[in-house]
Ligand binder design. Structure first.
Ligand SMILES: Cc1cc2nc3c(=O)[nH]c(=O)nc-3n(C[C@H](O)[C@H](O)[C@H](O)COP(=O)(O)OP(=O)(O)OC[C@H]3O[C@@H](n4cnc5c(N)ncnc54)[C@H](O)[C@@H]3O)c2cc1C
Ligand code: FES
Ligand code: FES
Length: 499
């Protein structure tokens, strides 16, 4: 097998002699690319952001910013990475090194003081700069302070610039000294990439293909197989192997809890785990698609999922995180399970002997336990159609964005002729596993969708689960939030569904 190699800023380099758990961040810094910074090593600050060439949503290739502190460098065998240094130097061929347009805007608008966060902001900003469906023609007359709901129809508000820049692209980047206003000014000032811009042109060519990898050092290995069948055979031989997709959970385990695995098996580029199909009776979502890919490819087809994505971590994390990883950890506070429970989703589990489909409501068996066997992978998530029309996802957390849920509640209701015909409610953060609020569902079904029904059902919802006290919230607060969540749903929906 060819030795593992990675292309950084246009130059190929061997991954050896890094250990199989070495992160992209450490790999880059050890090679002198110290623009990429370590702030937290757990995906919270974005100082380590770099661009990776990935299969595109609207073009063959997207430049996708990811947290270099979380991704093992061996996972990027055969891939292309651009750092903040590379952005400055890979401009048009034959031209002397110059600041990249996003670097130029950050400099002239005072977007940097100590500079520690700046390379990370630059890479996240460059990812948005190169997003193919970002408005390419800035409208200097549009007012970024105005609300999108002002009727102007220009799509410009406090979070979206006149150049189409979505400020949420920077939601995973923290700055402790400059303040965000000049950074926002820079983001909202960048224009469209020039025709001869090599990174813009790179988007029109195929992304680097995934490469079968068997990267070993001492007794440890990072392995990537070409197909699902080969991967499942390997997992049967090595039931002790740790499966990784986006590595946004596993990377934290490695960095903060010093966990090491003898064998890490990558599944993030397996074609069988990266399909998305919208059929007549169901939507099937590959377990290894990133949340950003699902969000952009579904584009609102499943409104409850569309409500989930912006509340899930940050754009940087969503660029790596997968549904397979969120369900695979079995965490009781993962944000996708409540939503998928309300959608009555099922999981397609695959091992070397074949596949089985398990309703998500029967998947979790205890704290971080599930019916999934050690050699089984989650191949896909199936959401049955038609969808219930009244939906909401309420995530109660200490911060509005980029925080772990204290409580999460997802609703999917059929209200017909003023009567609740069907109610499905998924809860996170109130028990050892994500759960359905079965008693509340029963308290709603068959009843008129009125304030009285909502209040009575909210009292039932307050008693669901066994919420506990911890550093995020007290059990009383969690119960109170459950009830409030249903009252909020009623308030939010009664205009559309008169009682
Ligand atoms: C800063 C930060 C913020 C976060 N915020 C949120 C948040 O708001 N909400 C939330 O829910 N989570 C959050 N997370 C957790 C994490 O991002 C999610 O759980 C994510 O979905 C994990 O996906 P991944 O592909 O990165 O998993 P990985 O880290 O690659 O894998 C995690 C584990 O899942 C299992 N696994 C992965 N893929 C499969 C598969 N196909 N089949 C079977 N098992 C599999 C493996 O056991 C693996 O060890 C956050 C994490 C960080 C670092
Ligand atoms: S170092 Fe903070 S997100 Fe990577
Ligand atoms: S410029 Fe100092 S942390 Fe952002």
């Amino acid at each position: 097998m060819v030795a593992a190699r990675i292309t950084v800023n246009g130059k190929e380099a061997p991954i050896a002699p890094s250990a199989p758990h070495t992160t992209v961040l450490d790999f880059l810094r050890e090679r002198g690319l110290t623009g990429t910074k370590e702030g937290c090593a757990e995906g919270e600050c974005g100082a380590c952001s770099v661009l990776v060439a990935r299969p595109g949503v609207n073009k063959p290739t997207d430049w996708v910013p990811v947290n270099a502190c979380l991704v093992p460098v061996a996972a990027l065998d055969g891939q292309e990475v651009v750092t903040s240094e590379g952005l400055a130097t890979v401009q048009a061929p034959g031209t002397p090194p110059a600041l990249h347009p996003v670097q130029e805007e950050m400099a002239v608008r005072g977007g940097s003081q100590c500079g520690y966060c700046t390379p990370g902001f630059i890479c996240s900003m460059a990812g948005e700069y190169y997003r193919p469906d970002r408005c390419a023609h800035p409208d200097p007359g549009a007012d970024p302070g105005a609300d999108a709901a002002d009727g102007s129809g220009d799509g410009v508000d406090a979070e979206h610039g006149p150049n189409g820049f979505d400020l949420h692209a920077l939601s995973g980047n923290l700055c402790r000294c400059t303040g965000y206003r000049p950074i926002r000014d820079a983001a909202f000032a960048v224009g469209a990439p020039a025709d001869e811009d090599p990174l813009a042109r790179r988007r029109d060519e195929a992304p680097p293909a995934p490469v079968a990898t068997e990267y070993r050092q001492d007794d440890r290995a990072f392995v990537r197989r070409d197909t699902l069948a080969e991967t499942l055979r390997l997992l049967r031989e090595r039931p002790d192997a740790v499966v990784v997709a986006g590595s946004t959970d596993w990377g934290v385990e490695v960095n903060i809890r010093s966990r090491r695995a003898d064998c890490v098996v990558a599944v993030d580029r397996l074609p069988e785990l990266r399909e998305l199909r919208v059929g007549d009776d169901r939507v099937e979502i590959g377990a290894a698609l990133t949340l950003t890919e699902i969000e952009r490819r579904l584009d609102g087809t499943v409104p409850l999922l569309a409500q989930l994505f912006p509340q899930f971590a940050s754009r940087l994390i969503r660029n790596g995180a997968t549904l397979g990883g969120n369900l695979g950890t079995g965490s009781p506070i993962g944000d996708s399970p409540p939503v998928l429970l309300a959608l009555e989703a099922s999981l397609v589990l695959a091992d070397a002997d074949g596949e089985r489909e398990v309703p998500l409501a029967e998947y979790f068996t205890g704290y971080r336990q599930s019916v999934r066997r050690p050699a089984e992978l989650i191949r896909a998530v199936r959401v049955p159609l038609p969808l219930s029309p009244v939906t909401a996802f309420h995530k109660i957390a200490k911060r509005r964005f980029d925080d772990i849920s204290s409580v999460a509640v997802a609703f999917a209701l059929d209200v017909d002729g003023g009567i609740v015909r069907k109610a499905r409610i998924g809860l996170g953060g109130v028990a050892a596993t994500p759960v359905r609020a079965l008693a509340t569902e029963a308290a709603l079904e068959g009843r008129p969708w009125t304030a009285g029904t909502a209040e009575a059902a909210a009292r039932v919802l307050r008693g669901e689960g066994t919420p506990m006290d911890d550093h995020r919230a007290s059990s009383l607060y969690r119960s109170a939030m459950l009830g409030q969540s249903l009252l909020k749903l009623y308030a939010q929906t009664t205009e559309a569904v008169p009682s």
